[in-house]
Design a protein around this ligand. Structure first.
Ligand code: NDP
Length: 286
């Protein structure tokens, strides 16, 4: 299989390159210079001219708070561009995998969100990502929207690398304890995208919306405690509420995603974030 990937430098983009080499998948990866998502027509043209068998979009506007002040730009990158990509892929009958987020949900307390639960974003970022989902669905091709949450790897600007950096200078940190979700290793998302692309190559029967997050679900505060204990840092975590840590963009309290259909349709298990965390800490500390 040969896959065209939008997004090279991000967490999932880098993981896709690594997973593709492990799985003997050919990958053609476009960075921002080759494929700026601010120019959806250019992205579509790259798909029109590709000799790849499938397309994965791992690029996005991911600056959640900054999106509040740049709604139009975020909309072009997170909605117009994936829509144009999905239409181009559908026209050529190419499977298209697009990554989305727990932020499409309103985050109200209750059980984990199922793929077909009603959406209701709280933030401009969430609205832009939901508009992307709608545009991809409307294209009508063989497409999968894979929602995930709390992505981490060893190099990205994420919660794990932020906590490890803060641990060098702080012995106490106040961390939000009333938001819950599944921390997800970027490698697991990349692996799932490739499995899904391969599956769609055999027919569009499993196209649709799916969830993949790491297990078990935790609060940010408990995730921070795990990071410090597993990395050998003595940092005391004090629980605080979301209301004690105001941000420009509202965050969902309930980011938990129900991944049952992902396991049922593709055999993909929720990744154990603890094992991935140990590996990443080892990588960072060596
Ligand atoms: P990153 O922020 O690590 O990477 C984003 C990627 O998008 C980078 O390669 C970046 O390139 C690229 N990009 C941004 N703007 C443009 C543009 N205008 N044109 C071309 N490329 C652009 O994101 P992740 O890998 O963490 O996220 C992957 C997907 O997962 C996204 O769809 C995101 O919405 C989703 N997601 C992420 C979560 C998280 O916690 N990070 C949680 C839930 C979902 P450059 O380096 O040049 O800026």
């Amino acid at each position: 299989m040969k896959v065209l990937v939008f997004g090279q430098s991000g967490q999932v983009g880098r993981a896709l390159a690594a997973q593709a080499s492990l799985r003997n998948v050919d990958i053609v990866q476009h960075d921002r210079q080759a494929a700026d998502l601010s120019d959806p027509a250019r992205c579509a043209l790259l798909i029109e001219n590709t000799d790849a068998d499938a397309v994965i979009n791992a690029a996005a506007w991911t600056a959640v708070d900054a999106a509040e002040e740049a709604q139009e730009k975020a909309h072009v990158i997170n909605a117009d561009a994936p829509g144009a990509m999905a239409r181009a892929a559908a026209a050529r009958d190419l499977p298209f995998i697009h990554i989305s987020t727990d932020y499409v949900f309103p985050g109200t307390l209750g059980p984990a969100w199922k793929p077909d639960d009603p959406t209701g974003p709280l933030s401009a970022y969430g609205h832009s990502k939901l508009a992307g989902e709608v545009a991809v669905n409307a294209a009508g091709g063989s497409a999968i929207i894979l929602r995930t949450s709390w992505v981490f790897d060893a190099k990205g600007k994420n919660f794990v690398t932020t906590m490890l950096r803060l641990a060098e200078s702080r012995d106490t940190l106040q961390i939000v304890a009333d938001q819950h979700g599944g921390p997800t290793p970027a490698a697991a998302i990349a692996d799932a995208c490739l499995t899904m692309a391969e599956t769609l190559l055999n027919g569009p029967g499993k196209a649709g919306v799916y969830h993949l997050t790491g297990t078990p679900d935790v609060s940010w505060a408990d995730f921070a405690r795990a990071i410090f204990s597993r990395s050998g840092h003595r940092v005391t975590v004090q629980d605080i509420d979301t209301t004690d840590y105001p941000t420009p963009a509202a965050r969902p309290l309930n980011s938990r995603l129900d991944c049952t259909s992902t396991k049922a349709e593709f055999g993909i298990e929720r990744p154990d974030w603890g094992a991935a965390l140990d590996q990443i800490i080892k990588e960072i500390q060596s």
